[in-house]
Design a protein around this ligand. Structure first.
Ligand SMILES: [Zn+2]
Ligand SMILES: [Zn+2]
Ligand SMILES: [Zn+2]
Length: 198
């Protein structure tokens, strides 16, 4: 069982070598992907099938990304992309979600970053001795080093995982843009103060 595909509408210049595909597999992913996606449209380029999936990615276009896998029913334990599934069912391309399958969506910016956002920046309070500093973003103590090369030398705290006292995120910019306000306190680039959650 295949599924009917939408036309491969593009705002860019379509290659004359690309042949639109009318039908496609229900699910696609490349070897490196952690979930299955639903194809919205597809083209045949030479001998390669490239699918645009509902969440906006292209699957199958690059040899480097690994082999294209297709499925009518999912053969492994991986979840299905929730964006793809919701849109495929919402447009009527599919009548139902994937039976018994976890839908997965991980919105960006909801979980703290892997590295403390003050890493490699001068967002620290120097401690006696001059070789360590207390991170303004997470309060942990780490070495400080000269960074940035001979012409743009500055001192920064080394890259480190966020400590337990990491500041509560800005509602707009999350953990991405900590800086100092005029009084030297930690603030988001938009001016909102950033403090450790109580
Ligand atoms: Zn997807
Ligand atoms: Zn830190
Ligand atoms: Zn902000």
């Amino acid at each position: 069982m295949t599924v009917a595909l939408f036309p491969p509408i593009t705002h860019g210049v379509a290659s004359l070598d690309a042949e639109p595909l009318d039908v496609g597999p229900r699910f696609v992913r490349t070897g490196g992907m952690s979930r299955w996606h639903r194809p919205r449209s597809g083209v045949l380029m030479d001998t390669r099938r490239i699918y645009s999936v509902w969440c906006g990615q292209h699957v199958g276009g690059s040899r480097r990304a690994g082999q294209l896998l297709t499925a009518e029913t999912i053969p492994d334990t991986l979840p299905v992309c929730a964006t793809c599934d919701g849109r495929a069912v919402g447009t009527g391309q599919e009548t139902d979600g994937p039976a018994g399958r976890t839908l997965l969506h991980g919105p960006r910016g909801l979980t703290p970053p892997r590295h403390c956002p003050a890493s490699r920046m001068d967002l620290f309070e120097a401690l006696p001795g001059g070789t360590t500093g207390r991170c303004l973003a997470c309060q942990d103590v780490h070495p400080i080093r000269a960074m940035g090369g001979p012409y743009a030398s500055r001192v920064g705290i080394v890259q480190h995982p966020p400590g337990e006292a990491l500041f509560a995120p800005c509602p707009f910019h999350r953990w991405r843009h900590p800086t100092r306000d005029r009084e030297g306190r930690l603030a988001c680039m938009c001016g909102r103060p950033l403090t450790t959650p109580q």
